[in-house]
Design a protein around this ligand. Structure first.
Ligand code: PLP
Length: 262
């Protein structure tokens, strides 16, 4: 019998179920991979925004890593909300001690409602400690601007920023174009080889976009756990997130979640 693909998310919990590790686990399920979670922070959250967050003590993060490493054959991992510098350092230390396979880093910084999910002083740790461990990093445009410390106004700026981010030691970079204006959402992918490509999809007008970035990066991680080659995993991720946005769920009074069973 073939081994069941096993994948873990190292992320924050969204009590509203639409983003964070809940979106990741729903995506893993939809992609037919067995999902696990290492919780970095809890949030009290709904479709209107994040009301409170509560980082988990690092010793308990160590315990979660130890539990999973002792029992499962994890073939890919992703990171999401990492809260602050202390938690990034804790995750880096643990990732260096285990073999969880390819790592997808979603450099989550601020929730749509404006609540910070990463303290500003953790950016240097993400660049210098976490990115060298990563197979691929998946920033949106505002996150790419912070990582590369530049402004992005044009597609040429996106290409330049991807190159700067790659210099931190991550193999592949995808800058998501969802925050651009225009009829197309164009993502720029820069591969380790130096080759690059643009992915285009129609911009979908909807307010149900909560958890979009989490879902996209989780889909790539699930595919990598299944052994799908990276380039194909990215295309599947793009297709999956497009469907998940098109069929977003109108629950709550704010930004409803993307749809993982679409
Ligand atoms: N809450 C948590 C715990 C997250 O990890 C993320 C991921 O980006 C978000 C919220 C973001 O939600 P939104 O898509 O509304 O920006």
């Amino acid at each position: 019998m073939n081994e069941t693909p096993q994948v873990v998310t190292i992320a924050g919990s969204d009590s509203g179920g639409g983003a964070g590790m809940q979106a990741d686990l729903k995506t893993f399920q939809a992609r037919h991979a067995f999902g696990m979670n290492i919780v970095i922070a809890l949030t009290a959250q709904n479709t209107l925004g994040v009301q409170e967050s509560y980082p988990i003590p690092p010793a308990f993060i160590d315990a979660q890593f130890a539990s999973l490493a002792a029992d499962f054959q994890i073939r890919a991992a992703k990171t999401g909300m990492l809260a602050d510098r202390e938690h990034v350092a804790c995750v880096v230390k643990n990732l260096q001690a285990v073999d969880f396979g390819p790592l997808v880093v979603d450099p989550v910084m601020i929730a749509k409602g404006g609540h910070p999910l990463l303290e500003a002083d953790a950016i240097t740790s993400i660049r210098t400690e976490l990115l060298p461990l990563a197979t691929i990093v998946t920033p949106n445009i505002p996150e790419a601007e912070v990582l590369a410390d530049c402004e992005i106004h044009t597609e040429a700026d996106m290409m330049k920023a991807a190159k700067m981010i790659q210099q931190f030691g991550v193999k592949h970079v995808i800058i998501k174009g969802g925050h651009q204006v225009g009829e197309q959402a164009r993502d720029y992918v820069l591969f380790a080889s130096g080759e690059s490509k643009w992915l285009s999809g129609p911009r979908i007008e909807t307010q149900n976009t909560h958890g979009t970035g989490d879902t996209f990066s989780a889909c790539i991680a699930a595919e990598l756990a299944k052994g799908t080659p990276l380039e194909e995993a990215i295309l599947i991720g793009k297709q999956f997130i497009q469907g998940a946005i098109e069929q977003g769920i109108a629950v709550g009074h704010g930004h409803g979640p993307t749809n993982h069973w679409a």
